[in-house]
Design a protein around this ligand. Structure first.
Ligand code: G3P
Ligand code: MG
Length: 246
């Protein structure tokens, strides 16, 4: 699967315009004209991949406790912002239906790196069968990326760091990733030069200020994650008109 990135990826579904990691958020991103969304995937207590960021339920649902300790029956009865916590398979189908590139961030709860990657990758193979350029896996977990590379080397992978370590390029080489994802503040001249030398696109999170976006693109960022898609929707529409295939 080739990797053709749009310039903007809406963070956690619809950024802050909808409850995070929800199907409503994904629909909102598409409705604003964006071509890509990022969401976080973790396993429920029954091993079902679901969209959620935190290891605990309190912040984004009306439940309590750890996601990894919650059965599907209990989890899917919760309110995650006007809808249940989405299953990964439903979010994937929605992205395909809307023609969105999905950046699926594998977000294992503690100790579940291998199991989470296995579950996501096994499902992703079928969910994106026949799709062109519509899935980009990523993770802070190198174990998860290792598993993804071994199980489905054909699925594009992005290596995530808040702050890339000095040897990040060796890690990228070992995991055979197609992109580097870093916190915007970490995308300095050194990282930009090292990535450019290796031909690796760099994606920065989370960028909500137009001036910062301009600076990061000028430095060579390939794409930016945003929580404020409303601020960049016009730019996205204009860019699409100029680059209808990109
Ligand atoms: O994938 C980019 C970004 O989502 C990583 O940070 O904590 O928002 O998942 P976080
Ligand atoms: Mg994320």
């Amino acid at each position: 699967m080739s990797l053709s990135l749009p310039r903007w990826i809406v963070h956690r579904g619809g950024g802050c315009l909808a409850p995070e990691n929800t199907l409503a958020g994904i629909r909102r991103a598409a409705a604003l004209g964006f071509a890509a969304v990022e969401f976080d995937v973790m396993l429920s207590g029954d091993g079902t991949p679901v969209l959620i960021h935190d290891e605990t339920l309190e912040r984004t649902t009306n439940g309590r406790g750890r996601v990894a300790d919650t059965s599907d029956a209990a989890l899917f009865a919760l309110d995650a912002g006007g809808e249940p916590v989405p299953r990964f398979v439903d979010a994937a189908r929605l992205c395909r239906e809307l023609g969105l590139l999905a950046n699926v961030e594998i977000k294992p709860s503690a100790g579940a790196d291998r199991a989470t990657a296995e579950a996501v990758v096994r499902l992703a193979g079928g969910l994106w069968r026949g799709a062109e350029r519509q899935l980009l896996l990523s993770s802070f977990s190198q174990t998860a990326l290792d598993v993804a590379r071994d199980l489905a080397p054909e699925l594009a992978r992005g290596l995530l760091f808040e702050m890339p370590p000095a040897d990040w390029a060796d890690v990228a080489q070992r995991l055979q990733v197609s992109s580097l994802h870093v916190a915007a503040a970490a995308f300095d001249g050194r990282v930009a030069a090292e990535a450019a030398e290796r031909g690796l696109p760099v994606l920065c999170y989370t960028v909500d200020a137009p001036a910062e976006a301009e600076m990061l693109f000028a430095r060579g960022a390939a794409a930016l994650f945003t929580d404020r898609p409303d601020r960049f929707a016009a730019e996205t529409a204009a860019y699409k008109r100029l680059h209808p295939d990109g």
